[in-house]
Design a protein around this ligand. Structure first.
Ligand code: NAG
Ligand code: NAG
Length: 363
């Protein structure tokens, strides 16, 4: 056989080999794929040139720690995937009649985000058109060309999820510009969410543990809402975020490797009078093509850095853009790692299962 014949044979074998390697829902993590249907449940077919060649199956869903283990611990012993600007979604239809000229931070709608395991949503709320809208802004002002839609549409998606999933807890973190008196109370009421409201009076203010998740579920107090406007605790009974939570810098300031410090509104990360820790990890300007790398190893490294900065506390909330973009495990693996650390001192929540033979545990 001549060299060229050999070459053709080998090339043909490689092509067949790759094409036949897996298909029909049998491809596993990082196997090559040509469509989402090739990948196992919980994975989808994605391309991240920084991480791997071609298209491969990467994770698309979280491991639900309550179903995998149990929900008998205080809320602050668990970690939750958080979508930054959860409402700023590619292709979200214009609700103002004016084409939108602003960036997006997510690709899936809020129902999909929740179904895939996001349990905290960051939303920006504004007074707009005599209502509360979700919007990107310039100087606290919503415009026709930066508006996404009325908040009630998104809140109703959250209501539908809470109603269909009676054991799940959802947290809403508001960058809040609503000045209308009781504006938020009205829209949460209209969306049917007050019946899930977790009352301010049950939130620990001096570093105590939160109530047990099992009790929150039993009492149906499964919605936590935090606002960035301090006076709303007094006026509307809506928790002021930084009375309960510490948070690192967001945007590029939060992505400097090896450094993790509090954003201005938050007390120092190691202030243990706040029982919850939130880590932001996304760029100031979302750049889709870079996100799969950000959401992978760099994110895990930052969680480790912020653990140290927070007085040896693992994050409860980890906020990312384009949450499904990764080099394999991405934000889902990051949350599995956090839950492993929080629940049993291991690198992955699966290692907490009784009988797990996994190594990688510090205790
Ligand atoms: C969310 O997206 C899914 C998949 O495209 C679609 O079936 C569903 O109707 C959407 N839901 C909402 C509320 O937009
Ligand atoms: C729930 O899971 C945690 C973490 O694995 C464990 O420490 C605890 O004993 C479990 N509780 C029950 C009631 O099974």
């Amino acid at each position: 056989m001549g060299i060229s014949q050999n070459f053709i044979l080998i090339t043909a074998w490689l092509l067949v080999g790759v094409a036949a390697a897996c298909s029909n829902g049998e491809c596993r993590l990082l196997d090559e794929c040509s469509s989402d249907q090739d990948c196992e449940a919980g994975l989808y077919c994605f391309s991240c040139p920084q991480g791997f060649s071609g298209s491969r199956c990467v994770r698309s869903t979280i491991s639900d720690q309550f179903k995998l283990l149990n929900n008998s611990l205080p809320l602050n012993k668990y970690a939750f995937l958080t979508t930054h600007n959860a409402y700023a979604i590619d292709g979200y239809p214009s609700h103002t009649g004016v084409p939108r000229v602003t960036f997006t931070n997510q690709e899936d709608n809020v129902t999909q985000q929740l179904n895939n395991g996001a349990r905290a949503l960051m939303l920006d709320t504004y007074d707009f058109r005599n209502d509360v809208w979700l919007c990107h802004s310039f100087k606290g002002q919503c415009h026709d060309y930066t508006a996404f839609g009325p908040a009630i549409d998104t809140l109703k998606e959250i209501e539908a999820f809470l109603s269909a999933n009676p054991s799940e807890i959802v947290t809403i973190i508001l960058e809040d510009y609503v000045q209308a008196p009781k504006g938020l109370t009205k829209v949460f009421t209209d969306a049917g969410l007050m019946k899930y409201w977790f009352p301010l009076t049950n939130m620990p203010k001096n570093g105590q543990d939160w109530p047990l998740v099992s009790d929150m579920v039993k009492n149906n107090q499964r919605l936590l809402v935090f606002t960035s406007i301090k006076s709303k605790e007094e006026s509307e009974g809506i928790a002021y975020q930084w009375n309960y939570m510490v948070e690192n810098h967001y945007g590029d300031d939060g992505m400097k490797a090896g450094s993790c410090s509090n954003r201005g509104e938050s007390s120092a990360l190691d202030d243990k009078s706040k029982s919850l820790v939130l880590v932001n990890y996304f760029g100031s300007i979302p750049m889709k093509e870079l996100t799969c790398e950000d959401n992978s190893g760099n994110l895990i490294n930052m969680l480790q850095t912020c653990y140290g900065a927070s007085g040896n506390r693992w994050a409860n909330f980890v906020a990312v853009d384009y949450y499904k973009r990764s080099e394999g495990g991405g934000s889902f693996q990051a949350v599995d790692t956090l839950n492993g650390k929080l629940l049993c001192g291991c690198d992955d929540v699966h290692a907490c299962l009784p009988g797990s033979t996994s190594r990688a545990c510090s205790s």
